[in-house]
Design a protein around this ligand. Structure first.
Ligand SMILES: *Cc1c(COP(=O)(O)O)cnc(C)c1O
Length: 852
């Protein structure tokens, strides 16, 4: 066991404060928002481009965290003395210290450890490898895709003495990163999945990228239990064996350069004589691929296996796993059985709308302790809406005896605010007494729970469904999901965060960020998006109408909210829900002042809208004297939080000089107001396009809108953003039309002289699919190919021509917009803008939110 003071020596740091009590180190904490267990938690204050962990010391201390590692003594809020009961260690670099601590932990173990890297497939290969090896091993693996500079140390920290194997993935985006991950993982075995074009930006060539990734397999590391070639210090440099596909030339070249041939184990389809495993593709159906493998080592032999996949990436990933099984000399019938159980990995945690206004967090793929902790973090981050319920299976392969494991889980559940637990499985049922303080129910099998399932027992709650694969919890999720009409809008929360950070990185330090969540967050679902923004510490939200703001408050959003168009009859609500109105005219100002005068308590602060050329809403320069007079006379009744203006042509070059005039007018007007008020206010003028095009005009705040949702309005940096929303529908039916037959109302899907296959799709104009897309103007993407819309778009349906996609079937998904069909392209086809398409998606379309 490691005690906090020992870290000073280990991490070459200085103890600013000795902890008051004996302080064993159990948990590493990086994110102040994710505090699980307090006892033995050490917070590493890490500074990044966008955040500074030192800022959170007071909050963490107040919540009971007592151990801190910092790298800037001057940035400890209030100084070290403000934390009398804490232990504080000052190091040169907190991130390096975290990595060094994890590396030290890793060195305590002599078990084999796989390091996995490559451009694609890392997480899937890791999950599958763990699946096929789990009959023989007790495995510690990275949760989800924890493969970064901070994710890797946290993953490796979970290794404990009962594990017989570690499997960790490493991902990098620039030079110099891999050696640090290698030092933490210290792999004895490696898998290099492939080399694609992802993250190319940080590297000048494929060879350079391959060489950097190869560093993972070259780190010194402890000897295995059965050392092959002991080296003087008991350390082996590099992996004993690297698995890869010989056909990736850049990978192969890097391996040849850096590792002796005896340290590689390769498979190949195109160079059968240069690999230990020669693979021949035999046949492929829609669901399976049959491969023949010829092995030259360890013994010459030939086998045929059937892989439960048909798509190219899955087949490649499965072949990596197969190579490891062959090398381990697992009997071929056992290999086939294990391959049969491989299933596509649900890489994402999904939040789904469910019956009785519940939300289900669907995480039914695996259930180890690290995965459970992550899922609980996500649950705890959801705003309060009724109870927080957890449906949990036995936790398998934790490497911790059940008598210790379940009490630990009990602590985790209370730390994350779980109020109700439904346990499924013999083991969790046996330990039910541990959860006595929660409302709870226990079942031995999933079937027993389903047999007992009564929807009315779940109302307005957020339900995390977390189960090991063998419990088949996807049946529970299905039971919770209302019959959904075939169309869903998928909202990728990771893409949203990516876009948020993209714009944030453009801001000068200290510039505040207001995010526009008006119009149901541009159609994406207001409170879910607002909740994410709150978590990622946006400074302000803005909505169009008071009711939108009320809804945010009712869903637990506590950020300041500006309401752009408050109607005077709703001013009471502004007070009640603490929403800050935008005031853009003398009428509104008089309404506000009248109500403020009648009110015993001060009304929320206001935002003054200045019209500098948009000519929509706002006070003009001529209005200023009168406005100033009113503000001065009513100084006691009104507090002004900000002054804003809106640019009429921020996205277009041709309006640049007009935009500059607007900004100049704004800069003239605000000081006049401030003079009258006697204090400074926040100034903001830029929307998404403006943030990118007028960086000099950020003032104290900017207003991010469409860019967050993945559309770059100025059209210059679209590639840097990630699409957030995918509108997806399904094929309800497919009809064969003889030559001469027409499609739909008014017979507008005109006859042709050949036979057609026409797919009826479950989306129409009532879902927000514009009628202008009818008659060949619009397209959808089915099985990766475009299919034109034929005939008119109906209220709930429309038709697409799939003659050229013979494999299309009823039930197939059709992408209406998303990564394969951009909003910008679609908008151009019907002469509108992406904003309209996004906000048109009707509220009856279910939103599914997911994080990768
Ligand atoms: C909607 C809106 C924005 C955001 O505009 P985008 O082009 O979506 O970035 C900014 N300011 C005001 C006043 C708005 O109404």
């Amino acid at each position: 066991m490691l005690f906090f003071p020992d870290l000073a020596l280990l991490l070459n740091g200085t103890l600013l404060l000795q902890p008051a009590a004996p302080a064993p180190v159990h948990h590493l904490l990086l994110d102040s928002r994710r505090v699980g267990q307090l006892a033995g938690a050490v917070f590493f204050a890490i500074r990044g481009a966008q955040h500074n962990g030192h800022r959170y010391l007071p909050e963490l201390y107040q919540r009971g965290v007592r151990l801190f590692v910092v790298d800037q003594e001057a940035e400890i809020p209030g100084g070290a003395a403000a934390y009398p009961e804490a232990g504080i260690l000052l190091v040169a670099d907190s991130l390096r210290a975290l990595q060094a601590l994890a590396a030290h932990h890793r060195r305590q173990f002599r078990v084999p450890v796989f390091g996995i890297t490559g451009s694609n497939g890392k997480t899937i290969v890791k999950e599958w490898l763990a699946q096929v090896l789990s009959p023989d091993e007790l495995i510690c693996k990275s949760p989800r895709s924890y493969n970064s500079q901070v994710g890797v140390p946290l993953s490796v920290w979970e290794l404990n003495p009962s594990h017989t194997l570690g499997i960790f993935e490493a991902g990098i985006s620039e030079r110099g990163e891999m050696p640090r991950l290698a030092e933490v993982i210290q792999p004895t075995l490696g898998i290099f999945t492939n080399l694609g074009t992802a993250h190319d930006a940080g590297f000048s060539s494929a060879a350079e990228k391959a060489a950097e990734k190869m560093q993972l397999f070259l780190a010194p590391r402890p000897k295995n239990q059965d050392p092959k070639t002991p080296t003087p210090q008991g350390l082996n440099p590099g992996v004993d064996l690297l698995f890869y596909c010989r056909d990736h030339e850049a990978v192969h070249a890097a391996a040849l350069r850096h590792l002796p041939a005896r340290c590689t184990f390769t498979w190949s389809r195109h160079h059968p004589h240069e690999a230990q495993v020669a693979v021949t593709m035999m046949e492929a159906s829609a669901e399976r691929t049959v491969v023949q493998v010829r092995l030259t080592s360890p013994l010459p032999q030939e086998h045929t296996f059937s892989l439960p996949f048909a798509d190219e990436p899955s087949v490649e990933n499965a072949l990596h796993v197969l190579a490891v099984l062959l090398w381990k000399q697992v009997p071929s019938d056992a290999i086939q059985r294990r391959l049969d159980r491989l299933a596509p990995v649900a890489m994402r945690l999904e939040m789904k709308q469910a019956l009785n206004d519940c939300y289900v967090l669907d995480d039914t793929y695996n259930n180890d302790l690290a995965g459970l902790t992550l899922a609980l973090d996500m649950l705890a981050r959801q705003p309060r809406r009724g109870r927080r319920t957890l449906i949990l299976s036995d936790v398998l392969e934790s490497g911790i005896p059940a008598a210790e494991l379940y009490p630990q889980i009990g602590t985790l559940l209370s730390a994350h605010g779980v109020e109700r637990l439904i346990g499924v499985g013999p083991e969790i049922s046996q330990f039910r007494h541990v959860f006595a303080r929660l409302e709870s129910g226990f079942y031995n099998r999933t079937e027993d729970f389903l047999g007992d399932f009564r929807p009315e027992q779940f109302q307005h709650e957020t339900i995390l469904v977390k189960g090991a694969r063998r419990f088949g919890f996807e049946r529970i999720v299905a039971a919770f999901q209302q019959k959904i009409h075939g169309t869903v809008l998928e909202v990728n929360l990771d893409a949203l965060v990516h876009n948020l950070n993209y714009y944030r990185a453009r801001l000068r330090p200290g510039t505040r960020l207001m995010v526009m969540v008006k119009a149901f967050a541009y159609g994406s679902g207001s409170y879910e998006v607002a909740n994410l923004l709150q978590f990622h510490r946006a400074d302000y939200l803005a909505v169009a109408y008071t009711d939108e703001g009320v809804e945010l408050r009712q869903h637990g959003i506590s950020l300041p909210v500006m309401v752009m168009n408050p109607s005077p009859d709703a001013f009471q609500k502004l007070q009640q829900y603490h929403l800050e109105p935008e005031i853009y005219s003398f009428e509104r100002l008089h309404d506000y002042l009248r109500i403020a005068a009648e009110h015993p308590r001060p009304l929320p602060a206001i935002h003054l809208k200045l019209d500098t050329g948009m000519h929509r809403l706002g006070f003009t320069e001529e209005d200023l004297p009168e406005l100033c007079r009113l503000l001065r006379e009513n100084a006691k009744l009104v507090r002004v939080a900000s002054a804003l203006t809106h640019l009429a042509g921020a996205d277009e070059e041709q309006h640049n000089s007009f935009s500059r005039q607007q900004l100049a007018a704004f800069e003239r007007m605000v000081p006049v107001l401030e003079e009258a008020l006697g204090y400074r206010v926040l100034r903001h003028a830029l929307n998404s396009a403006g943030i990118l095009r007028f960086p000099e005009a950020q003032f104290e705040m900017v207003r991010l809108g469409i860019g967050l949702y993945g559309v770059e309005a100025a059209g210059r940096e679209q590639d840097a953003l990630r699409p957030v929303s995918t509108l997806q529908t399904t094929i309800s039916q497919i009809k064969a039309l003889a030559p001469g037959q027409t499609v739909g109302y008014g017979r507008r899907g005109a006859a042709v002289d050949y036979e057609r296959r026409i797919a009826t799709l479950a989306i129409g104009y009532a879902d927000g699919y514009d009628r202008r897309f009818g008659n060949g103007i619009g397209e959808v993407v089915i099985r990766g190919r475009r299919a034109p819309i034929v005939g008119s778009v109906c209220m709930d349906m429309c038709m697409a021509d799939v003659t050229h996609i013979p494999e299309a079937r009823p039930g197939d998904l059709a992408q209406v917009f998303g990564p394969d069909l951009t909003l910008t392209e679609l908008a151009a086809r019907i002469g509108t803008i992406p904003y309209e398409l996004l906000t048109n998606v009707s509220e009856r379309v279910k939103r599914v939110f997911f994080a990768e």
